[in-house]
Design a protein around this ligand. Structure first.
Ligand code: IPM
Ligand code: MN
Length: 373
């Protein structure tokens, strides 16, 4: 057993760097609440790194380095004024999710008490569930082809590959989460897919559902993704834990972020439940280039228009709470709770919208220092 927690930190680009620096800084105030110290090691894997090293994805060198760490904390990546959109997203984020077999993307949809939802009449009692997004396969396997490119017969084909083992292990993880987070009464787990249309990719989803549906400790239900999105807006209180395919999870968790108070507070963990390889924690929001650069008439970022003052407008709370989720996974529940409560305290502040980043960091540190549990 190591004497410290070894965390690999990947700040990334733009917004990612800002929120990561803030999260690492506030984490230093947690010392007294930890069972052992945390050591951060920073890796500059981002757009500049890819350009400098002429990379299209992280290679063996970077992967074997990162593999040595207990966990990875990631800010956000991508800067379209430097590198074509998609390159670092696929080459870093998707690469790590795949290589480290982080097959669950745990994305809570929880509206904090005292924060208004855009869903009129819904409060924290209604919006409190988790989406476990399948994170290693589905439409994200990167398989397919372009036929007859450049002709009128051009066809882009993208494969959605869902395996029995992949759905099964996700469902097994999620059912344990459902049992653990029981809100009183029997918990519910929803399978969400589109089995009426996607009959091949849907087959393993139906098979795993059939194997689990007679459980007596958890109510097992099924919804098509379109219906799920609608139900999430009409009656979110019916959900405890939801499992879904990679792309469906990508889309529904952005909608989930909005009903729980905004993308600025939505967190995620790319989890390898076996613990054999590091998990990776990141805020759902991206590097937000549209906030950093001026946009041209097509909405494209104009290089060189970045202004330093905008740094203060960044909200670091999603990064703080993602860091807290990481602490939780490491068994540091006390520190996790303190950091999460500190972030929520910022979010609940009536002046939150206009508060500057440095002030939010300062408040967080003070809150932690005075934390009584
Ligand atoms: C997310 C992001 C990524 C995804 C992108 C950046 C590749 O949108 O984590 O939700 O699609 O998974
Ligand atoms: Mn997304």
């Amino acid at each position: 057993m190591s004497e410290e927690h070894n965390i690999a930190v990947i700040p990334g680009d733009l917004n990612g760097i800002t929120v990561t620096n803030a999260a690492v800084k506030v984490s230093e105030a947690l010392t007294k609440l930890l069972t052992k110290p945390i050591k951060h090691t920073t890796f500059d894997y981002n757009a500049d790194y890819f350009i400098k090293n002429d990379l299209t994805e992280l290679g063996e060198k970077e992967l074997s380095e990162l593999k040595k760490y207990d966990q990875i904390f990631l800010g956000a990546i991508g800067d379209p004024t430097k590198i074509k959109p998609g390159v670092v997203e696929v080459g870093i984020l998707l690469k790590l999710r795949q290589e480290f077999d982080q097959y669950v993307n745990l994305r809570p949809v929880v509206l904090p008490q005292g924060v208004a939802s855009i869903l009129v009449g819904k409060d924290y009692k209604d919006i409190n569930f988790e989406i476990c997004r399948e994170n290693s396969e589905g439409l994200y396997v990167g398989e397919g082809k372009i036929e007859n490119e450049g002709t009128d017969e051009e066809a882009g084909i993208q494969i959605m590959k869902c395996t029995y083992k992949g759905v099964k292990r996700l469902a097994e993880y999620a059912v344990q989460r459902a049992i653990a987070r029981k809100k009183g009464g029997k918990p519910t787990m929803h399978f969400v897919f589109k089995t009426n249309v996607l009959k091949y990719a849907g087959a393993p989803w139906i098979r795993v559902f059939d194997e689990m549906k007679e459980r007596t400790d958890v109510d097992i239900k099924y919804l098509h993704i379109d219906n799920f999105l609608m139900q999430m807006l009409i009656n979110p209180a019916q959900f405890d834990v939801v499992i879904t395919e990679n792309m469906f999870g990508d889309i529904s968790t952005d909608a989930g972020a909005v009903i729980q108070g905004g993308i600025g507070s939505a967190v995620s963990g790319n989890i390898n439940p076996t613990g054999e390889m590091p998990s990776m924690f990141e805020p759902i929001h991206g590097s937000a280039p549209d906030k950093w650069y001026e946009l041209d008439k097509n909405g494209m970022c104009v290089p060189g228009t970045f202004v330093e003052e905008k740094l203060q407008e960044v909200k670091p709370e999603a990064a703080f709470m993602s860091y807290a989720m990481m602490l939780d996974q490491m068994g540091e529940e006390k520190a996790a709770k303190a950091l999460k409560d500190a972030a929520l305290n910022n979010i609940r502040n009536k002046n939150y919208k206009t508060m500057k980043k440095d002030e939010l960091v300062e408040n967080t540190i003070n809150f932690i220092k005075e934390y009584k549990g």
